[in-house]
Design a binder for this molecule. Sequence first.
Ligand code: F6R
Ligand code: MG
Ligand code: MG
Length: 364
Amino acid sequence: MPKTTISVIKADIGSFPGHSRTHPKILEKAAKILKEEEGKLLIDSFVTHCGDDLELIMTHTRGEDNPEIHGLAWKVFTEGAAMAKEMKLYGAGQDILSDAFSGNVKGMGPGVAEMEFEERASDPVLVFMADKTEPGAWNYFLYRIFADPMTNPGLVIDPNMHEGFIFEVHDVVDKRKIRFRTPEESYSLLAYIGAPSRYVVKGVWRKDGLVAASTSTQRLNMLAGRYVGKDDPVMVVRAQSGLPSVGEVIDPFATPVIVAGWMRGSHHGPLMPVGLCDANCTRFDGPPRVICLGFQVSNGKLIGPADMFDDVAFDRVRSKVNEIADIMRAHGPFEPHRLSLEEMEYTTLPGVEKQLKDRWQPLD
Ligand code: F6R
Ligand code: MG
Ligand code: MG
């Protein structure tokens, strides 16, 4: 049996009204293009959206960074963007930063999380997709899932997890990477990933090499050199049989964690786990949202999905998120609702500074 690859590739190619949701006609078109490739390039596919991001979930046997798979995603995004332009959707073509596709969508606007693995006897896979936040938003959750025994008792109880995990961290500013072993290097890991705007967990492996999680780390605003929206991230996590259980993976999302993004990609706000029917951004273009689809992967087929946050068990965190959203909003344009100066420098502030540059006088 060849290895299975799951590729989750996403882009915001236009939405309605404003930045709130993807248009159903585009979802339909995307699903149709991918369906046509099933049995050819792909084994299986599923198309959805989180807010204004079109999410392509694809399985195949061609490995990560495959030019044909990336080319297929690019075709979906460019054809979808053309439809978005025709309907005059908002931000039509936003995440398509170049016309010249060269075999890999990385660095061209879309976000990518891919994972190649040998299927176990039974392989549960969870796909997380968020809108109005950034790739580092996964850091907190990945730490809790794979390194915190208060969240994941499997680290203590299951001999297959007892040795711990390896985290690969990318520095998205200086473009370098490092691996940390947990539990022994947990504090060093936290020293970095506690700053999620710069240090992003790219992947997690069990110490025997078994791949457990993969995230997207593209930072769109940096790629484009100007503010073009946050880089709303995706993540793939495998579960069970010597990995965290499905329940251990999703439990940390019952905590209302504050992330960067929201309005104009320039505000902190609480991340709300929602079912697909609520994956539309509204209040102040948010609040930031996350959905999770659960599948069993069977010879590359995606058995599912199960809409994991469509559950009363997550009602309480949603209600806490709404309360925190009120508190954050009450701050208006003040920090810590607004991002720190350093973060704003990558996004919207340079324009204002340029305008007022000559009005500043030196202090005596
Ligand atoms: C956040 C986002 C929106 C826009 C906001 C202003 O990622 O996409 O919050 O930043 O709606 O959009 P413009 O400047 O296009 O009117
Ligand atoms: Mg948008
Ligand atoms: Mg988005």
